[in-house]
Design a protein around this ligand. Structure first.
Ligand SMILES: Cc1ncc(C[n+]2csc(CCOP(=O)(O)OP(=O)(O)O)c2C)c(N)n1
Length: 695
C-alpha cells in the first residue's frame, strides 16, 4: 500500500500542505487516523503519568508529559506492534532509553491494550510485586523490550537490535524479518559516553532502520542543560554518518513528517524533538522541578485545567481509550500477513527460525562439536594458551551453531575470537558472523545485549579481562535481564607479562563474581576451555565470562571424558588414592601450579589433592553433599589464583591459605612475575607444610 500522510484531526493546515508536497512511500503501515483528536490521546498519557507518580509519591512525570506527543504519533501511525502478541518476531522494537520516564511506556502499554498492563498495575506504579517498576525491566513487563534505567544503555541496546534485524533478514529473508528499531533518548542518554560508541557503530554500519527520537528538552536533574553541555547533537550524529533533523516535538504534523522521512532513509536517523519537560504543568513545565518528583496536588489540578483534562485520576474517557485500543489493533492485518508469509516458508527454514528465536540450541550439533574437540585433544594433547584453546573450540562450535555472532573490540588477533574464513558483518552485507566493534568495549557489550534481546542470535565477543571494567554496566544488565551473552576475556592475569599492571587484572575476577546471575569461567587447559564454552552456550538465561590466558598451559586432562566435568563448577583433578592432608584449590593457569605443588608435597611425604574450580558460581550452586565432598576434610586448604583473595573464603574458609595477589602487578616476562609475586608450586607447598607444622 502506498500512502501519504493524511490530513486528520491532529494535522494543522500548514503541516498537511507540506506533507502533501513531499509524498513519502509507506508500504507497511496502514494509516489509521483516530477519530479522537491527537491532543486528547497525548493528554491521556500525561494524565496517567501525573496520577501514577503522585500516587506512588515517587517517579518522573516530566519526560512522559513532554514526549507524549511524539509517542502518540509514533504508536498511532508508525510502530508495528501487536499487543496480543508482544513476542511477535517481526514487531518493531521500541526502546525507552530514558527509562526514568517509565510511565510513558506503561501508559502506552495500558492504552494500546497489552493484557497484563491493567489500570490496577498503573495504580501500583513502583510498588512491590507490580509490573510497573521504577524503570522498565525486560522480563518483568510484557511489551518492554529492554531494561534501560542506566542512561545510554537503551540506545546502545537498540544498535544491537538493529544489527540483529539486518543479520537475520540477510539469513532468513526480508519477507519474514523486516522491522525497525525506535528509541526515545534523553539529554542524559546522549551525554553518556556509551552513546558515542553506539552512534559511531550504527553510523559505520549504516543501520538505516534505526530511528532515534531525542527528547531535546534542554533540562536534566541539575537544571538547564547549559550548565553542563553545549553539544550540537544533530551535527554530532551527522558526523557519525546519521541523518539528523530538528523538529517541534509538540507539533504532531512535524513529528509525522520526520518519521515518514525516516522510513526510507539510507542511514540511521536522529530526530531532535524540541519539547517542554512536564508539558502542561502550570509552573513546573520547562523546569527540572517536573523531572523526578510528584507534581503535587495543586500543580496537577492546574495541569488538568491547562490540558483540558476533566477526568478523575486514573480515568481515561471511553472514547479516548477506544481510540487508543484501535491504535493497538492497527497492525493486526500486518501480523496476519506476516503469519501467512512465515507459514509459506520452506519448512526447514521455518523450524530453524523458530528454534533460533526461541533460543533453543541444536543440542546434538553442540554435543557433537564439543565431543569432536575433546576427541582431538585426547588423541593429541595441546600445550596452548586457553585463548588459543578457545579458538580451537570455536572452530567446531561456529559451524555447528549458526546463531553465534562473534566479535572483538579491536583485539581480534589477541582474543582469538575470529576463526578462519569467518565473514565480517559490514554495511553492505550483514550475512557475516563477525563484528569488528572497534575500540568500544562498552558499546560492544550493550549492543550484544540488544542482539540477545532481539532474539535469534547468541553474541560473543572479545576483549582483555582488564577491560571488563569498560563493559561492566552492560554485563550487569545482561545478568539482571537473564540474557545469554558470552564475553571472551583474555590476558586474564599477571600471566600476560610485559604489558604491565595497567593491563593485568587483579580484582576483576572477584568483581565479576560479585554480579548475581553471571557465570565466570576460568578454565585450566584446552579440555576445560571446550567444556566451559559448552556450559556458557547452554546457560540460556545467564551471561558468561570466559577468562582466558595469554600464556601457554599444559593440558592436564588427557583422557576422553564423555561428560562435561566442568558442569559442577569444581572437581578433583589430581590426588592420591587415600586421604589427603592438603587440599589445593585453583583456577585457570594456577591449576598446573597446584598440580606441581602436590608433587612437591608428595615428595615430602604429604598427600595432597588438587581441585580445579573452573566456575565458582556453578560450584556454589551444587548440592551441599557434593560441595562438602569436593571441599573435603584435609587439615589444610590452599587457594591459588593470580588475583585477590576476595570470594575465596567460601571454599578455603577464613583460616585457609591463599596464594595470589594483594597488590597490582608489574611489567616483566610472566615467569619472573609469578616468582616475584610468590605464585609458585614451591610457595604453595611451603605454605602448606608450614601450616602442617612440618617445616
Ligand atoms: C548512567 C546514569 N547516570 C545517572 C542516572 C540518574 N539520572 C536519571 S535521569 C538523569 C538525567 C535527567 O536528564 P535527562 O536525561 O535530560 O532527562 P529529563 O530530565 O529530560 O527527563 C540522571 C542523571 C542514570 N539513570 N543513569
Amino acid at each position: 500500500m502506498v500512502s501519504t500522510p493524511q490530513k486528520g484531526p491532529f494535522m494543522s493546515a500548514k503541516a498537511s500542505s507540506t506533507a502533501a508536497a513531499t509524498p513519502v512511500e509507506r508500504r507497511e503501515q496502514p494509516a489509521v487516523v483516530p477519530a479522537i483528536a491527537h491532543a486528547s490521546m497525548a493528554n491521556a498519557i500525561r494524565a496517567l503519568a501525573m496520577d501514577a507518580v503522585e500516587q506512588a509519591k515517587s517517579g518522573h512525570p516530566g519526560m512522559p508529559m513532554g514526549m507524549a506527543d511524539v509517542a502518540t504519533v509514533l504508536f498511532s501511525r508508525f510502530l508495528k506492534f501487536d499487543p496480543a502478541d508482544p513476542a511477535w518476531p517481526d514487531r518493531d522494537r521500541f526502546v525507552l532509553s530514558a527509562g526514568h520516564g517509565s510511565m510513558l511506556i506503561y501508559a502506552l502499554l495500558y492504552l494500546t491494550g497489552y493484557e497484563a498492563m491493567t489500570i490496577d498495575q498503573i495504580k501500583k506504579f513502583r510498588q512491590l510485586g507490580s509490573i510497573t517498576a521504577g524503570h522498565p525491566e525486560f522480563g518483568h513487563t510484557p511489551g518492554v523490550e529492554t531494561t534501560t534505567g542506566p542512561l545510554g544503555q537503551g540506545l546502545a541496546n537498540a544498535v544491537g537490535m538493529a544489527i540483529a534485524e539486518k543479520h537475520l533478514a540477510a539469513v532468513f529473508g526480508d519477507t519474514v524479518v523486516n522491522h525497525k528499531t525506535y528509541v526515545i533518548a534523553s539529554d542524559g542518554d546522549l551525554m553518556e559516553g556509551i552513546s558515542q560508541e553506539a552512534i559511531a557503530l550504527a553510523g559505520h554500519l549504516g543501520l538505516n532502520k534505526l530511528i532515534v527520537l531525542f527528547d531535546d528538552n534542554g533540562i536534566s536533574i541539575d537544571g538547564a542543560l547549559s550548565l553542563a553541555d553545549s553539544v550540537d547533537q544533530a551535527k554530532r550524529f551527522e558526523a557519525a554518518g546519521w541523518t539528523a533533523s530538528r523538529i517541534d516535538g509538540h507539533d504532531p504534523a512535524a513529528i509525522n513528517m520526520a518519521l515518514e522521512k525516516a522510513q526510507t532513509s539510507d542511514r540511521p536517523t536522529l530526530i531532535a524533538c524540541k519539547t517542554k519537560i512536564g508539558f502542561g504543568a502550570p509552573t513546573k513545565q520547562g523546569s527540572e522541578k517536573s523531572h523526578g518528583s510528584p507534581l503535587g496536588a495543586d500543580e496537577i489540578a492546574g495541569a488538568r485545567k491547562t490540558l483540558g483534562w476533566t477526568s478523575a485520576p486514573f480515568e481515561v474517557p471511553a472514547d479516548i481509550l477506544k481510540a487508543w485500543r484501535m491504535v493497538g489493533a492497527r497492525c493486526k492485518n500486518l501480523h496476519a500477513d506476516w503469519t501467512k508469509r512465515f507459514a509459506a516458508l520452506d519448512s526447514s527454514k521455518r523450524t530453524e527460525f523458530e528454534r533460533r528465536m526461541e533460543g533453543e540450541l541444536p543440542m546434538q550439533a553442540l554435543a557433537g562439536a564439543v565431543r569432536a574437540v575433546k576427541e582431538k585433544l585426547a588423541a593429541q594433547p595441546k600445550e596452548i594458551a586457553t585463548r588459543a584453546a578457545s579458538e580451537f573450540a570455536l572452530e567446531s562450535l561456529i559451524p555447528a551453531l549458526p546463531e553465534m555472532i562473534g566479535g572483538s573490540a579491536d583485539l581480534t588477533g589477541s582474543n582469538n575470537t575470529r576463526i578462519k574464513n569467518m565473514k565480517v558483518i559490514a554495511a553492505d552485507d550483514f550475512s557475516g558472523r563477525f563484528i569488528h566493534y572497534g575500540v568500544r568495549e562498552h558499546g560492544m557489550a550493550a549492543a550484544m545485549n540488544g542482539m540477545a534481546l532481539h532474539g535469534g542470535i547468541i553474541p560473543y565477543s572479545g576483549t582483555f579481562l582488564i577491560f571488563s571494567d569498560y563493559c561492566r554496566p552492560a554485563i550487569r544488565l545482561a545478568a539482571l535481564i537473564d540474557k545469554r551473552v558470552i564475553h571472551v576475556m583474555t590476558h586474564d592475569s599477571i600471566g600476560l607479562g610485559e604489558d604491565g599492571p595497567t593491563h593485568q587484572p587483579v580484582e576483576h575476577l572477584a568483581a565479576l563474581r560479585a554480579i548475581p546471575n553471571l557465570l565466570v569461567f576460568r578454565p585450566c587447559d584446552a579440555v576445560e576451555t571446550a567444556e566451559c564454552w559448552q556450559l556458557a552456550l547452554e546457560a540460556k538465561n545467564r551471561p558468561s565470562i570466559l577468562a582466558l590466558t595469554r600464556q601457554n598451559l599444559p593440558q592436564l586432562r588427557n583422557r576422553l571424558d564423555e561428560d562435561n566435568i566442568c558442569a559442577r563448577g569444581a572437581y578433583e583433578i589430581a590426588g592420591p588414592d587415600g586421604r589427603s592432608e592438603v587440599s589445593i584449590f585453583a583456577t585457570g593457569s594456577e591449576v598446573s601450579v597446584g598440580v606441581e605443588a602436590a608433587k612437591l608435597l608428595a615428595a615430602q611425604g604429604v598427600a595432597a589433592r588438587v581441585v580445579s574450580v573452573p566456575c565458582f558460581e556453578l560450584f556454589l550452586e551444587q548440592k551441599e553433599e557434593y560441595r562438602l565432598a569436593i571441599i573435603g576434610d584435609a587439615k589444610v586448604r590452599v587457594g591459588v589464583e593470580a588475583a585477590v583473595r576476595q570470594g575465596w573464603d567460601a571454599i578455603i574458609g577464613s583460616n585457609g591459605i591463599f596464594i595470589g595477589m594483594n597488590s597490582f602487578g608489574a611489567s616483566a616476562p610472566y615467569k619472573e612475575l609469578y616468582k616475584a609475586f610468590g605464585i609458585t608450586a614451591e610457595a604453595v607447598a611451603n605454605a602448606a607444610l608450614a601450616k602442617l607444622g612440618k617445616t
